[in-house]
Design a protein around this ligand. Structure first.
Ligand SMILES: [Fe+2]
Ligand SMILES: [Fe+2]
Length: 179
């Protein structure tokens, strides 16, 4: 069983995007005072960096080579909506992104002929992603109670951007839209 070049490039894109996400969340910790939030962001950041490690190990295990790329999911978002600056923007985008990743990894897992090592890594990501989705959603719900429309506006802006980014990726890597 082997993983073709297109799928290897996709796994490398996953790897780079996990790392990018982890680094952004880690940066947010330095601007946070709330001890609970420091804890959540630090854990989330660490888990994303660990996901980058798991993809790196997966790529090597199926005979590929991890390579540096500028192209990440996060950079594609920035091209469409600009750089998220505030914690609200970063966590709103994180929520939109992680919902997408969850659906996309399920789709990838169901593709016929997925290498068992890749399948195992996808399954593990799906398990850990649930925790990320739920704490960020909880935080966003609290913000929405305080700030109202500001939160829903940011979310809908990012949802629209996500659809554009994902559509382009679907064409590039030949998978159908999960939306
Ligand atoms: Fe992740
Ligand atoms: Fe995550």
């Amino acid at each position: 069983m082997f993983v073709d070049e297109i799928e290897l490039a996709l796994l490398n894109f996953y790897r780079a995007s996990e790392l990018h996400g982890g680094l952004i969340l880690g940066q947010m910790v330095r601007r946070t005072r709330d001890p609970e939030l420091i804890m959540q962001l630090t854990r989330h950041s660490a888990e994303e960096v660990n996901h980058a490690l798991l993809w790196t190990e997966t790529i090597v295990a199926v005979g590929g080579k991890p390579s540096p790329v500028r192209d990440t999911y996060q950079n594609r978002y920035v091209e469409v909506v600009g750089t998220p600056i505030t914690l609200l923007e970063v966590l709103a985008l994180t929520q939109v992104f992680e919902r997408r990743v969850y659906r996309h990894f399920m789709l990838h897992l169901r593709k016929p002929g997925v290498h068992p090592i890749v399948a195992r890594t996808l399954q593990r990501m799906l398990d850990e992603e649930r925790g990320h989705l739920s704490w960020v959603k909880h935080w966003l719900d609290e913000q929405a109670r305080e700030k109202g429309r500001e939160v829903t506006d940011v979310m809908s802006r990012y949802l629209a951007a996500d659809q554009r980014v994902y559509d382009a990726l679907s064409i590039q890597y030949g998978f159908r839209s999960a939306a």
